[in-house]
Write a protein that binds this ligand. Structure first.
Ligand SMILES: *[C@@H]1O[C@H](CO)[C@@H](O)[C@H](O)[C@H]1NC(C)=O
Ligand SMILES: *[C@@H]1O[C@H](CO)[C@@H](O)[C@H](O)[C@H]1NC(C)=O
Ligand SMILES: *[C@@H]1O[C@H](CO)[C@@H](O)[C@H](O)[C@H]1NC(C)=O
Ligand SMILES: *[C@@H]1O[C@H](CO)[C@@H](O)[C@H](O)[C@H]1NC(C)=O
Ligand SMILES: *[C@@H]1O[C@H](CO)[C@@H](O)[C@H](O)[C@H]1NC(C)=O
Ligand SMILES: *[C@@H]1O[C@H](CO)[C@@H](O)[C@H](O)[C@H]1NC(C)=O
Ligand SMILES: *[C@@H]1O[C@H](CO)[C@@H](O)[C@H](O)[C@H]1NC(C)=O
Ligand SMILES: *[C@@H]1O[C@H](CO)[C@@H](O)[C@H](O)[C@H]1NC(C)=O
Ligand SMILES: *[C@@H]1O[C@H](CO)[C@@H](O)[C@H](O)[C@H]1NC(C)=O
Length: 454
């Protein structure tokens, strides 16, 4: 090549770079460090996007696909909003040149499979939003390499299995939110979930899935509720499972405790002292045994129980027809009464090594009348009573409601839905926002709000 060739090439290159840096695509708003092209009816990203932006907003359009080189000329990009589009797949190397990306919002799109190459190279990504897509599958290593990740939202998809094993302390040291709520997981792989880093467990949202009820699941949620994780506190009633996988027989982990009365839940709770706890639900008259397993492993221990109704119980002090205590510390109540309900605390003392171990059991004694499967039936009766009252009100009230508009239609609807709900046992839809762990626009304060003048 001659030097003229070089000059021409240089000029061309300069022109291309120069023009691409200066022009703002039509329909878009270009500001200091932000390009905003949201809600402008785009079917694909603008041809020549400027190279300067740190924030690019392409949300609320009809974009179906991004060319592999869409973002390569935007090396400074830090936040990319593409929510509410029609993207169903991401091309390979899409994020090749934007390793500075910290927020990626692909929520409310049509993604189906999260492939392992999707987020390749995004090692500084802190927040990934994939909620409200059509994701059925998350490939094993799709999140690997995302070392800086803090929050990931997968809720409102159709995921049946999630690769928990791919999330570990050294791979994701900062991950504090993993939202998998409102998906279709029939079970959680407990060994993998238990092995999750503490920080991830604290921020793991799994409510409103199609879990099949069993004791190990109950144990896990119960344990998390003891630790007062927000995922449990904020969505207590949404933690449900299905009896034998039947969606028409939902059980709420924290309300319908009777269902799990045969489950023994024993978990260490606080470090360094390990306290073993369990929750025992029995009916009046049942015989119940409370073991005193603690973290102590010595064979020569002395045990003391503190019971809510009888005070301190030791082996020598207590051996009657109502209650007895065995040499291994187990306490047996022969026939429970309502007053036996409460927290039982066992202390095991290893005198030789001057160690104490503690065990707590929360005993709930129920009246036999509180047959759980009757709940639907009682609701139905409640509904019928309401119906009768409403009819009585409508027909017996002398003033036929001159001030209130169409009350009969309204109350009929209410009654019908009330009756229906007694069969389907659905939750009243009080506040749909509460059911989601994500907030639709948490970036509101960061995003530059702009009302285009038409
Ligand atoms: C990546 O960005 C740099 C500028 O930082 C640019 O020179 C390079 O050509 C880009 N790479 C690709 C593959 O476009
Ligand atoms: C539960 O998840 C389903 C989808 O799996 C969704 O349609 C429904 O709205 C969710 N319910 C709540 C209360 O979030
Ligand atoms: C509960 O379900 C999990 C996951 O399917 C399974 O690993 C575990 O063995 C089950 N536990 C019981 C007590 O059935
Ligand atoms: C609990 O155990 C009792 C007797 O062992 C059994 O009759 C009952 O069906 C069990 N309950 C559940 C929910 O599995
Ligand atoms: C009991 O546990 C201690 C540590 O907590 C351990 O050093 C000791 O070997 C254990 N003894 C037995 C008999 O298992
Ligand atoms: C158990 O400990 C008690 C009190 O320290 C002691 O009197 C007793 O001999 C010990 N028994 C055994 C079998 O070590
Ligand atoms: C209770 O005392 C009787 C004798 O008074 C004894 O036979 C029985 O083994 C004791 N039971 C327990 C659990 O220690
Ligand atoms: C064990 O508990 C007793 C009181 O029950 C207390 O005085 C003692 O300090 C405790 N020992 C240890 C090692 O915690
Ligand atoms: C014990 O169980 C009952 C009913 O399940 C519950 O209301 C209560 O809060 C529990 N107490 C503790 C200290 O966990």
């Amino acid at each position: 090549m001659t030097s003229e060739h070089f000059q021409v090439l240089f000029l061309l290159l300069f022109c291309v770079l120069h023009s691409s840096e200066q022009t703002c695509p039509s329909k878009c708003l270009c500001m200091s460090d932000t390009v905003r092209c949201s809600s402008v009816g785009l079917h694909k990203p603008p041809q020549s996007l400027p190279s300067f932006p740190a924030n690019l907003d392409l949300s609320h359009n009809h974009i179906t696909w991004l060319e592999p080189n869409t973002l390569t000329m935007m090396p400074r990009l830090e936040k990319l909003w593409m929510a509410h589009n029609e993207i169903h797949t991401l091309s390979r190397n899409l994020f090749r040149n934007v390793s500075g990306l910290r927020l990626l919002d692909l929520s409310s799109n049509r993604l189906q499979i999260v492939e392992q190459h999707y987020f390749h190279g995004l090692w500084r990504l802190e927040e990934l939003r994939l909620f409200n897509n059509r994701i059925t599958q998350v490939e094993g290593s799709s999140l690997s390499g995302l070392r800086s990740l803090k929050k990931v939202y997968f809720s409102f998809n159709q995921i049946t299995y999630f690769p928990f094993f791919s999330i570990q302390d050294h791979t994701h040291p900062f991950l504090a939110m993993l939202d998998l709520s409102s998906n279709r997981m029939p079970s959680l792989p407990w060994e993998d979930v238990k092995a999750l880093p503490q920080l991830v467990q604290q921020g793991l949202y799994t409510h409103n899935n199609s879990l099949i009820c069993n004791c190990s699941m109950y144990a896990m949620f119960w344990h998390w509720s003891l630790r007062e994780y927000n995922s449990i506190k904020d969505f207590t009633d949404e933690h449900t499972c299905n009896v034998e996988g039947d969606p028409h027989r939902p059980i709420r982990f924290f309300r319908d405790k009777w269902f799990f009365r045969n489950c023994t839940v024993e978990k260490s709770v606080t470090e360094p002292e390990i306290i073993l706890l369990s929750d025992v639900v029995v009916f009046v008259g049942d015989r119940v045994r409370l073991d005193c397993q603690t973290s102590l492993n010595s064979t020569n221990l002395s045990f003391t129980w503190l019971s809510p109704s009888r005070g301190f119980i030791t082996q020598s002090s207590m051996n009657d027809t109502l209650i007895s205590m065995f040499p291994d510390g187990t306490l047996e109540i022969h026939a429970t009464t309502i007053s036996d309900s409460g927290m039982y605390l066992c202390t095991a003392v290893d005198i030789k090594q001057a160690l104490n171990g503690t065990r707590e059991v929360n005993v709930t004694v129920l009246l036999p009348a509180s047959e759980p499967f009757n709940t639907g039936y009682t609701t139905l009766i409640g509904c019928m009573v309401t119906l009768v009252l409403i009819l009585a009100y409508l027909f017996l009230t002398p003033c036929r409601c001159s001030f209130c508009k169409q009350p009969p239609v309204h109350s009929n609807q209410g009654t019908l839905s009330c009756i229906l709900s007694s069969f389907t046992r659905e939750q009243p839809n009080i506040d749909t926002l509460k059911h989601v762990a994500f907030r639709e626009h948490p970036m509101g304060e960061e995003r530059i709000e702009w009302i285009p003048q038409s």
